[in-house]
Ligand binder design. Structure first.
Ligand code: CO
Length: 136
């Protein structure tokens, strides 16, 4: 697979409303958008540093993975996302190398990216997302 760079860092926060002013007003990052990703039970709020984004994540229900993460570990870095040119072939490659991928197929994440997640057990403790940019 070919990694094209850090796409974003996902930060779990208790409340986007409370967390956003630091990123928006103090660091003055460009706001790219806010959207709910129903499949993952999260609201996202995304800022661009011009070299990788910051993605704020809050759970939309108590059973969502983000809510469970917050309950267990509190707010902080939730995952790191790398951009790849082809997420399907990346997934095949990972499975060939016995890397534990979460789920059987890529899903559509924020901003329409096609994404997969690699289990922290296979990465040294960090949840890693791989994302393929949608064709515009
Ligand atoms: Co992400």
């Amino acid at each position: 697979m070919r990694i094209k760079g850090i796409e974003h860092i996902g930060l779990a926060v208790d409340s986007i409303d409370t967390a956003a002013p630091f990123w928006r007003d103090v660091l003055q990052l460009t706001h790219r958008g806010s959207e709910e990703v129903k499949l993952q039970g999260v609201n996202t709020d995304i800022y661009d540093t011009s070299s990788g984004k910051v993605e704020l994540l809050e759970g939309t229900n108590p059973d969502s993975p983000i809510s469970k993460f917050l309950e267990k570990r509190g707010s902080g870095i939730h995952h790191i996302c790398f951009e790849v040119d082809n997420v399907e072939s990346a997934m095949t490659e990972l499975k060939e190398n016995n890397i534990q991928v979460i789920g059987d197929n890529p899903t559509i994440g924020a901003e329409g990216y096609k994404v997969i997640f690699i289990h922290p057990k296979s990465t040294g403790g960090v949840l890693v997302e791989l994302a393929e940019k949608p064709l515009k």
